[in-house]
Design a protein around this ligand. Structure first.
Ligand SMILES: C[S@@+](CC[C@H](N)C(=O)[O-])C[C@H]1O[C@@H](n2cnc3c(N)ncnc32)[C@H](O)[C@@H]1O
Length: 250
C-alpha cells in the first residue's frame, strides 16, 4: 500500500469514527438496530433535532385536544397498548389531557374495562374531560406524583392488575428517578415502563438541559435487572423517548 493511500485510509476511518460518535446518541441506536448506514444515522439524528426544535409537539392534537407528543411515539404507544391490553395505564403529567384521551381511545378498543390513572399537580384538561370516553375511562389524581399518599393509593388501586406506565411530569433526573422507583414495581411482566423525553440533555435535543430522563434510565438500569431497553420501539426513527421504552422481562 502506498503512503498516500495509507493516509487516505486513516483519514477516512477518522471521519467515519467521528460521524459514528455524533450519530450514536440514543435515537440513532434504532437505526443501528435496523442496520442503517452511518450516513443515514447522521440524517436521522439531525432530523430528530430539527423536528424537536420546530416545536411541532405544540401543534399536535387528538380529537382537537393538545397531545404534546409526536405521531411516531403515539403510534408506538398505540401498538404497545394493543399488545399489552392493560387493565390500567398510569400516566404521570396529564397536561391538557390530549395524550390521556388518545390512550383512552385505544384502550377502549382492546380492554373493555381498561382505565387510565393520570396524575398532575393542576387540572388543565377541561377540553378533554368533555368527552364521554374521558369521563368513563380516566381517573384524575391531583398532587405530586411521588407523594407517598398518592403512590400508596395508586399501588392499592392497581394491585393484581395488568399495568402499563408512562412518565411525563417534571423531567429532571431526580424527579424521574424517584418516579421510576415509586412506579416501576407496579409494571406487569411483558408490559412497559415508558420514560418520556429521554431526548433531552443532548440525546439529541436541548443540550443544556442538564441530567434528565435519559440519565435517570441509565442510573436505574445499573442495578435493576427486571427491565431492558426495547430499541425495537424506536423503529420509526423519530422518537422523543430514545432508550426510554423499557420492557419488563421478569
Ligand atoms: C410535559 S407536561 C405533560 C404533557 C402531557 N403528558 C401530554 O402528553 O400532553 C408535564 C405536566 O407535569 C405536571 N407536573 C410537573 N411536576 C409534577 C409533579 N411533581 N407531580 C405531578 N405533576 C407534575 C405539570 O403540571 C404538567 O402538566
Amino acid at each position: 500500500m502506498s503512503a498516500v493511500s495509507f493516509i487516505k485510509r486513516i483519514l477516512t476511518q477518522a471521519v467515519h469514527n467521528t460521524t459514528d460518535r455524533i450519530a450514536n446518541f440514543g435515537v440513532n441506536l434504532a437505526a443501528h438496530h435496523l442496520g442503517k448506514r452511518i450516513e443515514d444515522r447522521v440524517v436521522i439524528h439531525k432530523f430528530n433535532k430539527i423536528y424537536y426544535d420546530f416545536e411541532l409537539f405544540e401543534k399536535m392534537g387528538w380529537l382537537g385536544v393538545k397531545t404534546g407528543q409526536n405521531p411516531c411515539d403515539n403510534w408506538v404507544m398505540q401498538e404497545i397498548i394493543t399488545e399489552v391490553k392493560p387493565d390500567f395505564i398510569i400516566e404521570t403529567g396529564t397536561g391538557e389531557g390530549g395524550t390521556t384521551l388518545f390512550y383512552a381511545t385505544v384502550l377502549s378498543q382492546v380492554n373493555e374495562l381498561g382505565k387510565i390513572l393520570t396524575i398532575d399537580l393542576v387540572p388543565q384538561f377541561g377540553k378533554a374531560s368533555k368527552f364521554k370516553l374521558f369521563q368513563e375511562r380516566v381517573e384524575f389524581i391531583q398532587g405530586s406524583t411521588t407523594s407517598p399518599k398518592i403512590v400508596e393509593a395508586v399501588t392499592q388501586r392497581v394491585k393484581g392488575k395488568k399495568v402499563l406506565i408512562t412518565l411525563d411530569s417534571k423531567h429532571t433526573k431526580e424527579n424521574v428517578l424517584n418516579e421510576i422507583k415509586c412506579y416501576a414495581p407496579l409494571v406487569s411482566r411483558d408490559s412497559y415502563l415508558v420514560v418520556q423525553d429521554t431526548n433531552a440533555n443532548g440525546h439529541p435535543v436541548l443540550p443544556d438541559f442538564g441530567p434528565g430522563p435519559y440519565e435517570a434510565v441509565q442510573e436505574f438500569l445499573k442495578t435493576d435487572k427486571n427491565f431492558v431497553i426495547d430499541h425495537n420501539r424506536e423503529k420509526f426513527l423519530l422518537t422523543f423517548y430514545p432508550s426510554g421504552y423499557l420492557k419488563r422481562i421478569k
